[in-house]
Design a protein around this ligand. Structure first.
Ligand SMILES: Cc1ncc(COP(=O)(O)O)c(C=O)c1O
Length: 388
């Protein structure tokens, strides 16, 4: 008996993440400096951990409400109004999810049917497996290096067909660190209203902004509230990737669907993690500012360092903790370059082609690691490319 013969056909669209494949390679080699990891290297701030410890003693050990604790949804609503300029009813328009990831997955599950076209940014975060799982067809919008990895609304216009149903936006962008300006988002909003396309706005890096750049939430625009599903997470802002708390803001009808399904799926987000999230959002934001300051210094090290290496050029990341340097002058695929760097020079980076076909010729470098590690990695990369 071969169990694989019983698998549902829809699973075939799901692929292993390329990042995971790269890490498996890096794991086989000792003393690798890993610039591939997409998570903060900081510990979760003390007051957030303390809140979780206290919550355990207070008895937050039972099933939570499926859409999240009401007081957490309340502080989320206040944060959304204050920071994102989105007004949402905490009782009916906010859903607490298992990180941004579950929010995104559930939205796709509720929205995408076979043949629906989903507009995605390329290079961009890898949403392809979820789209294909539900029979959706990804349609790529290029984010070109010459436009500092921002999309051109004209390209969006050209990609729209009668089958376009959802557009996934991720600004600030993983992997490029680009921020889509207000003007670009306004034009995209106009197109989406005109063609009735739902925007899934994935905003995990909203706080990690440099040089006074502004984070703009498309869901705050006139006439976009009901057409936008906005997804947020505590993972990156508060160094809480392991706690698995995020939230979705959407029209009541969709939040109802999500709550209904959550009961059958995981029943709710871990109670203690939700109490930690409450402390994070309602407490002082000084910890976030301090982490962002550290990322900004590291951004300068990696940006200057990469541009000083012959054959490499790098656009200055405006946000996130990723740089996306161009390595095309070496005439290798991004996979070959990444494999060479990890095997011969013990630095792990992520091949750009994982983020879409337009990511070929680039690699993603995470600077969520110490300055010393970055300096050392830059030396190794310099040595590596000189030997090519
Ligand atoms: C663009 C983007 N969306 C979603 C996620 C998932 O975040 P979470 O940890 O909240 O599930 C990530 C994590 O790297 C991300 O970069």
């Amino acid at each position: 008996m071969n169990i694989e013969n019983f698998f549902a056909k829809r699973n075939r669209g799901v692929e292993w993440s390329g990042i995971r494949i790269m890490f498996a390679l890096a794991d086989e080699i000792d003393n690798v400096i890993n610039l591939g990891i997409g998570q903060p290297d900081f510990d979760t701030p003390v007051h957030i951990r303390d809140a979780a410890k206290k919550a355990l003693d207070q008895g937050y050990t039972r099933y939570p409400p499926a859409s999240g604790f009401p007081d957490l949804r309340e502080v989320v609503a206040e944060k959304l109004e204050r920071e994102n300029k989105i007004k949402a009813d905490p009782d009916s328009e906010i859903f607490i999810s298992v990180g941004a990831m579950q929010g995104i997955f559930n939205v796709m599950l509720h929205m995408i049917e076979a043949g629906d076209e989903v507009l995605v940014v390329d290079p961009g975060y890898d949403y392809y497996s979820q789209i294909r799982l539900f029979g959706g067809v990804p349609v790529r919008i290029p984010a070109k290096e010459e436009n500092r990895f921002k999309i051109d609304p004209e390209d969006v216009k050209k990609a729209i067909t009668s089958k376009s149903k959802v557009m996934i936006l991720n600004t600030p962008s993983n992997p490029t660190g680009a921020v889509f300006d207000r003007e670009i988002l306004e034009q995209i909003a106009k197109l989406c209203k005109e063609h009735q396309i739902v925007v899934l706005s994935d905003e995990p890096y909203e706080h990690i902004m440099f040089d006074g750049n502004e984070h703009v939430s498309i869901g705050s625009f006139e006439g976009m509230k009901d057409l936008t599903i906005s997804v947020y997470t505590l993972s990156k802002s508060y160094a809480m990737t392991g706690w698995r708390v995020g939230y979705v803001v959407a029209n009541k009808a969709l939040i109802d669907e999500m709550e209904k399904l959550m009961e059958h799926m995981v029943s709710g987000v871990t109670a203690v993690a939700q109490r930690a999230a409450l402390a994070a959002i309602s407490g002082s934001q000084e910890c976030v500012h301090q982490m962002v300051e550290r990322y900004a210094k590291r951004r300068d090290i990696i940006y200057n360092g990469l541009n000083n290496i012959k054959g490499i050029s790098c656009i200055k990341p405006e946000s996130t903790f990723y740089a996306f340097p161009n390595i095309s002058s070496f005439g290798m695929s991004s996979w070959d370059f990444a494999k060479y760097m990890v095997k011969e020079h013990k630095v792990a980076v992520v091949p750009g082609s994982i983020f879409g076909e337009n990511g070929e010729g680039f690699v993603r470098i995470s600077f969520a690691t110490s300055s010393q590690n970055l300096e050392l990695a830059l030396e190794k990369i310099e040595k590596g490319v000189a030997a090519l």
